[in-house]
Write a protein that binds this ligand. Structure first.
Ligand SMILES: Cc1ncc(COP(=O)(O)O)c(C=O)c1O
Length: 424
């Protein structure tokens, strides 16, 4: 007798082999091969470099070496602001390290309400809603606002969070050619008149650092009866008189021209979190319907306290804004003079993207810069348009002119070494 009580002779003669699990990771083989290729070409950290020590908004220790940071989105250098740090410490001590719950349940603390007040002040807006990240803000707002039978119309070069927000919702998705007002007009003209439509734009597109022709885009969107959402992730703090973004810079108004502004705390604000602001009278209904707002824990009070302090300081950061633009012009001019092809002709963005021929050249130059003590971002498809390989620099108001000059010299040496520019 066996343990189960079956006689051995009662077992079927052949036992079908237990099915083995189909390996769901097989589809990742090409990615793994690419990672191995990168590593064999000398890239030590294909999953991102490690910041061993960060000493200021513009310097860190990477691979044991003091390195200039030119590839973070710390545009306004708020991460080491003493008032911001003090606010975080106060909230940490007062409320503990986390909220343990959703904003809808136990996760709204006084500092969350205060961060939303700070955003309303900053934008002069009626409503503000804080999310755990900017990614979730796009995911939640786009997927909730544009529903079944309606349309969401987006720029082909939109950020992944915008694409994912569209995919998560039930609306029909229509893409138009990057920054093309004519194409937007043409595509909107083909859609039925009745259904609700949401046009989603970005103030600054983060790969090439180019600015959207928002005035013309909004005029076209309104002509076709569309609502407009603008993601100002890469412009908040330094575009427009109050630092509200490209829409403010171009003289557009919240409400009349733009219905929703999406932003993030992870760039100029210098912490983490996302938000949406609006003057729409029914905006607060999103708190009851937006899944990425409801079904996740709220940000720790220390994080939203740093955000609120930073946002209020950014309202008056006129000197910092001026320094950031000086730095942007200095870097743009320096790299252009060396003969690099840049993402935009005009120095009107805090992102300066150097366009390279291929992945090998981009990776080799990125490595050369890192070894010389400079960190920039390397970007390639699918994050960039097909066939575009970039070394992306993002400027900080706290970079000194001397640091920018050193950066230009490092680009000259590394660019000559890989043949991206002619040797002098
Ligand atoms: C245009 C844009 N929107 C949204 C986000 C997401 O922001 P967060 O880092 O807060 O998730 C990013 C981040 O890179 C972005 O570039």
């Amino acid at each position: 007798m066996t343990e189960t009580g079956l006689q051995p002779e009662a077992l079927p003669e052949t036992v079908a082999p237990a099915p083995t699990a189909r390996d769901l990771f097989a589809k990742f083989d090409p990615l793994i091969a690419e990672r191995d290729k990168l590593m064999s070409s000398g890239v030590r950290d294909p999953f991102g470099i490690v910041m061993e020590e960060v000493r200021s908004p513009t310097t860190a220790v990477i691979r044991g070496q003091e390195t200039i940071l030119l590839g973070t989105y710390n545009y306004m250098g708020m991460t080491f602001d003493p008032d911001v740090i003090a606010a975080g410490k106060r909230a940490l001590e007062q409320f503990g390290s986390g909220t343990n719950g959703s904003r809808m349940l136990n996760g709204t603390f006084r500092d969350h309400v205060d961060a939303e007040d700070a955003l309303r002040e900053f934008y002069g807006a009626a409503h503000a809603m804080v999310f755990s990240t900017g990614y979730q803000a796009n995911l939640g707002v786009i997927s909730t606002i544009a529903g079944r039978g309606e349309y969401v119309i987006l720029d082909a070069d939109s950020h992944a969070s915008i694409y994912d927000g569209c995919k998560m919702g039930d609306a029909e998705i229509v893409r138009f050619r990057h920054n093309s007002v004519e194409d937007l007009d043409k595509r909107l003209g083909r859609l039925p008149k009745e259904p609700g439509k949401l046009v989603v734009l970005e103030g600054v597109y983060s790969m090439l650092g180019d600015i959207a022709p928002l005035r013309e885009m909004v005029a076209v969107a309104r002509k076709h009866g569309c609502m407009v959402l603008v993601d100002e992730a890469h412009s908040m703090g330094f575009f427009g008189e109050h630092g509200r973004g490209v829409y403010e810079e171009l003289g557009l108004a919240l409400g009349d021209d733009v219905d929703f502004v999406i932003g993030t705390f992870s760039k100029s604000v210098g912490t983490v979190g996302g938000f949406c602001i609006s003057n729409h009278p029914k905006f607060e209904a999103l708190r009851l319907s937006c899944r990425p707002y409801i079904f996740t824990a709220s940000l720790p009070p220390s994080v939203v306290a740093t955000a609120a302090t930073s946002v209020r300081k950014l309202m008056h950061a006129h000197e910092k804004r001026a320094r950031l633009w000086d730095n942007a012009r200095r870097l743009h001019g320096g790299l252009k003079a060396l003969g690099f092809r840049l993402g935009t002709d005009a120095p009107d963005s805090a992102i300066v993207a150097v366009i390279l021929e291929d992945q090998e050249q981009a990776v080799a130059m990125w490595q050369g810069l890192l070894e010389a003590g400079l960190y920039v971002n390397v970007a390639r498809p699918p994050a960039t348009p097909t066939g575009t390989f970039l070394l992306r620099c993002s400027i900080c108001a706290e970079h000194s002119a001397e640091q920018i000059d050193r950066v230009v010299a490092m680009f000259a040496a590394a660019g000559q070494q890989v043949g991206a520019i002619a040797a002098t």
